[in-house]
Structure formats: C-alpha cells, structure tokens
Design a protein around this ligand. Structure first.
Ligand SMILES: C[S@@+](CC[C@H](N)C(=O)[O-])C[C@H]1O[C@@H](n2cnc3c(N)ncnc32)[C@H](O)[C@@H]1O
Length: 179
C-alpha cells in the first residue's frame, strides 16, 4: 500500500474528526479482503461520540486501554467528552494496541495530533502504541484473571482505578460489539 499519508489535520479539527478521516482514508487504501481478515470496520465519529457520552467519570487523571485501536477514534471521542465534563483534567495516559503494521503510522498520526490538542489545553498526555496482539501479549495475565472482567471490580492490589476499569469496560465493550 502507499505509505505516504496524504491527510493532515484541518485547523482546529477535533482529534476524533481527524481520526475518522484517517480511518476512512486508510480503508480506501486497503482491499476488502484485508479489512475482512483484520476485522477493520472503524467506528464512525457520530457513533464514537454517542458511546463516549455514556461515560460519566469525573477524574483529573485517567488511564485508558485501547486494545485494537485502529486510528484511536474511540479514545479520541472519549477524551474529548471527558475533557469537556471535567475542565480540571490534568493528565491522560493511553496504552493502545494494534496488530496491523500498515495501520500503525495512521494510529500514531492520530495519537500525535491528540497529544498536541491536549497540550494546547494544558493537559499532559502520554501514550504507548504497541504493534502487538493485545490478547497474546497479555495471555498469561488474562489466564490468571488478573485483569478485571467486564462485570467485576478490579482487586485493589492491581492499582487499577475504577475510572480506568470503567473506561476499559467501555472500550472493551465497544470493540466487542463491533465484533
Ligand atoms: C473493528 S477495528 C476497530 C478499530 C477502532 N477501535 C475503532 O473503533 O474504529 C479493530 C482493530 O483492531 C485490530 N486488532 C484486531 N485484533 C487485535 C488484537 N488481538 N490486538 C490488537 N489489535 C487487534 C485490527 O487490526 C483493527 O484495526
């Protein structure tokens, strides 16, 4: 595929809108077979915003796990929403996973833009983008059931905040329902 990403942010564009355009652009570059094999049907921006609006967490420091991030539109929409309802937000950390090597530069571009957008708001933003299979990489942990399941609170020793847990829940749920 063409490695040049001919998509740049528009002035004052929301990160979710940029992620949306990156996703659309990417899917135009790959074959239907590639999309099918990788399950690459990205969440449209209006749906991402709707899903984000179900989150009612008011914290100043949040951590998000985005397993199968694509162009990170779910994280972008969630962050935009949380920043709006919590004007005192001061730090956001994301751990994102993506298995499609061709897609990684798009994920990175979206996350870099998100970072700049947050820095402009005075919010510290750290992200780690893993080119790795989330399930395989965490198989031993998942096997030991050390990560919270969708329906139970995490154990305190794991130092996973309820916020983090709930965001994980939402992101896991979003990825699950998209099959
Ligand atoms: C259905 S798309 C969703 C992308 C994005 N979260 C969204 O809502 O638009 C799933 C993405 O996860 C990636 N993926 C699939 N299985 C994965 C795995 N086990 N670990 C990490 N990424 C994975 C695919 O390459 C694809 O880009």
């Amino acid at each position: 595929m063409n490695k040049v990403i001919n998509i740049e942010p528009i002035y004052q564009e929301l990160p979710s809108a940029f992620a949306d355009r990156l996703g659309i652009y990417y899917t135009q570059q790959v074959t239907a077979k590639h999309k099918k094999v990788n399950g690459q049907f990205f969440t449209p921006a209006p749906i991402a915003h709707l899903l984000a609006s179900y989150c009612d967490l008011i914290k100043t420091h949040i951590r998000i796990l985005d397993p199968g991030c694509g162009t990170a539109i779910l994280s972008c929409a969630l962050i935009e929403y949380l920043v709006r309802i919590q004007p005192k937000m001061d730090q956001i950390d994301i751990v994102a996973y993506e298995t499609d090597l061709d897609l990684i530069p798009f994920s990175q571009k979206a996350l870099d833009y998100l970072k700049g957008w947050l820095i402009n708001k005075g919010i510290q933003f750290n992200y780690m983008l893993h080119y790795a299979d989330f399930v395989l990489e965490n198989a031993s942990i998942l096997k030991e059931n050390r990560l919270p399941s969708l329906f139970e609170e995490p154990r305190s020793s794991e130092k996973i905040s309820t916020l983090s847990f709930q965001i994980r829940l939402i992101l896991s749920f979003l990825n699950t329902i998209k099959g």
